[in-house]
Design a binder for this molecule. Structure first.
Ligand code: C5P
Length: 223
């Protein structure tokens, strides 16, 4: 069976790592990479409540090493920042509050896009993000654009954070989702937009299993 690149963009959704596993593909969550750079910026005084020192962050980019390591117990790859596992830290609401501003910096994007293109060289990859079908792999064999209402996505994130014991309110999570949607769709460099040849899937009323089935059907039409 031929190996392809599956680009999944749009607003957050669930069950994509399961799809990669099912196909024997590598799954790459590019949002985790932007989150790790944001965590680095927070740890190195490039970012604070009321400032973002872009120049300092851009100068530090060569010292940021991002890698994924597969955790067989969890069944997915965890994010490492300079060889330290940051999978938990990058998922906090604090990181979510800054990530879209960091992701709007062109120098950050070009560093990450280069690494993402390298990871997809051998194909057999499911890559999830905001610009995969438009910028990272414009020739991907299958492009899916996921949409869902902001309130549905906020509820899903809120449930995930609560399950981890994070003390956040639903309203804070919703506010963050709406703010990130705005910044991601309005930035100058690689704004979140559906590629012309992408297939739109509204997953508002689909559970994990249903999303998996819909996407697998699309994959089977291509491979
Ligand atoms: O997917 P997730 O919600 O974790 O992504 C966090 C943020 O990273 C997004 O809101 C967006 O600002 C940025 N991002 C991006 N390009 C990608 C993936 C994520 O700009 N390919």
């Amino acid at each position: 069976m031929k190996k392809i690149i599956i680009a999944i963009d749009g607003f957050s959704s669930t069950g994509k790592s399961t799809l990669a596993k099912h196909l024997g593909y590598v799954y790459v969550d590019t949002g985790a990479m932007y989150r790790a750079v944001t965590l680095f910026a927070m740890q190195n005084n490039c970012i604070g409540i009321d400032f973002l020192d872009k120049e300092k962050l851009i100068k530090s980019l060569p010292s940021i090493k991002l890698s994924f390591k597969f955790n067989s117990e969890l069944g997915f790859a965890e994010m490492y920042l300079n060889d330290v596992n940051v999978e938990t830290e990058i998922r906090t609401l604090e990181v979510s509050g800054f990530v879209s501003r960091v992701a709007a910096i062109s120098e950050v994007r070009s560093k990450l896009v280069e690494q993402q293109q390298e990871m997809g060289k051998e194909k057999g990859i499911v890559m999830d993000g905001r610009d995969i079908g438009t910028v990272v792999f414009p020739n991907a064999e299958l492009k899916i654009f996921m949409t869902a209402g902001a309130d549905t996505r906020a509820q899903r994130r809120f449930d995930e954070l609560q399950a981890k014991g994070d003390l956040v309110s639903y309203d804070e999570v919703l506010k963050n989702v709406v703010e990130r949607d705005y910044i991601d769709t309005h930035r100058d460099d690689s704004p979140l937009v559906m590629a012309d040849d992408a297939i739109e899937v509204d997953n508002s009323y689909l559970d994990r299993k249903e999303q998996f089935d819909v996407v697998l059907e699309l994959v089977n039409e291509v491979i």
